[in-house]
Structure formats: C-alpha cells, structure tokens
Ligand binder design. Sequence first.
Ligand SMILES: C[S@@+](CC[C@H](N)C(=O)[O-])C[C@H]1O[C@@H](n2cnc3c(N)ncnc32)[C@H](O)[C@@H]1O
Length: 229
Amino acid sequence: MLDRLRVPGLGGWSDDPLWASFYDWSVEHPRAGGAVWRLGIGSDLRKLYDAAAEIGRQPAGSAVLDIPCGGGVALRGLRPGQGVRYVAADIAQAMLDRTMSAAHERGVADQVEPRLADVGALPFADGEFDLVVSFTGLHCFPDPHRAVLEMGRVTHAGGVLTGSALLNTSPFSHGGLRTLPLRPVGRLSGLLGPSATRDEVQTWLAEAGFGDITLEMSGAMGYFRALKR
Ligand SMILES: C[S@@+](CC[C@H](N)C(=O)[O-])C[C@H]1O[C@@H](n2cnc3c(N)ncnc32)[C@H](O)[C@@H]1O
C-alpha cells in the first residue's frame, strides 16, 4: 500500500527528486552536512568516510562494486592510479552522471565504469568482485533481503561486503525517535523501503555466505562488514 502512494513533488530515486541533491550535498560537506547527519539521525558522517577508505586498500587488479553509488561519495576512498576496476552502479541515471563528474574531479575517472543496475537483479557474474560497498543503501531498496543475497552472490570467496543502512531500531535507542518522521515520508515518496533490523541484516549476511560479520551503530545508521566464505 505504502509503496504505491507517492508524495507529490518528491518522486522516487529515478525521478532525481530535490531530496537526492540535498542528500548528496550533505554527504560531501563534512562540517555542515555532518551537522545535519548528527541532528537528523544522530550519526557521525565521518564513519562513512572511514568505511569508504577500505576501497583505497585494494591491490591493483582488484574489482570493486559500489552499489548504490549515488553521487559518488565512496569515490573518496579510491586513489588516482590505484589500478582497480571500479564499477559504480545505481538505478538512477542522474546518480551515475554525478558519480562520473565526481570521478573526473577526483582524477579517478579512468578506473570508474558507470552501470545502470537494480540491486535486486545485478547484471554481474557470481564472484565477480573482490570488494562490494553499499553505503546508505539497504533502507532505500524495496527488498533489502534480496539485495543482500545479490550482493553476496557477486562477491568473490575471500572478498568483503561492507556498507551502511538506516536500520529499524526501537524509538528509544540509537536516535530512533529522531528518525520517526523521516520513515513514513520516505516510504510515501518511494525513496525508502522497509529497511531491516540489525538482527535481520546479520541473518541475511550469514545466509548469503558471509562470516566474520560486524555491525556497529552510529545513531540510527548501522555499519556492517563481512567476509565471504
Ligand atoms: C541515499 S542514496 C545513497 C548513495 C550513496 N551510496 C551514498 O552513500 O551517498 C540511495 C541510492 O540508492 C539508489 N537506489 C534506490 N533503489 C535502488 C535499486 N533498487 N537498485 C540500485 N540502486 C538503487 C538511489 O538511486 C540512490 O542513489
């Protein structure tokens, strides 16, 4: 029911709503955007940058999948001349365009391959990637369980899946109360999916063949990392 309603003027991600530009601005501005994150969801934006730094530790010849790449915030982890194949995937063409301009600005465009893709049916082979990153993503997907299974499928044995998501918490923990107004508006606009609890994310990761699972909360945002067996 909620999925079929739309808030006029907001539109889903593929319509490139105003919210998408505001969100991209927030993640690219550590001070002002960081304050919005602290106030809005009680989360430390620097955790996102720290998690993206894992990209820069991949050896030359590795393949990295960034899904959903959005405006390209994870590119801050990619180093010029690193020699990796970096596939930036998203369901919205406008996001891929933003990622490519960010890649040019950061001098890493030669490594970045933009790809229109739905996380629920990834157009990649089993085990194609050594590292899959999915920042601020799971809560935006209509079927986060399927997304975890798909991201697991394309992760190589011994590879890593890491990312973050606005998780379903009690209103009385992890900044849950502050996010209460966001959730119904996000669902009505088509920008947010059902999301998941931390237990669900951990169970789905295990089901997708991952071990060594860690999940740490920063306000309402959960940061997970897991190793494909
Ligand atoms: C909140 S943004 C996060 C982007 C980026 N990872 C970041 O941290 O800034 C969510 C992104 O998910 C994308 N998205 C939503 N549903 C998707 C789907 N089914 N498959 C792939 N991408 C999707 C949207 O287009 C949007 O770019």
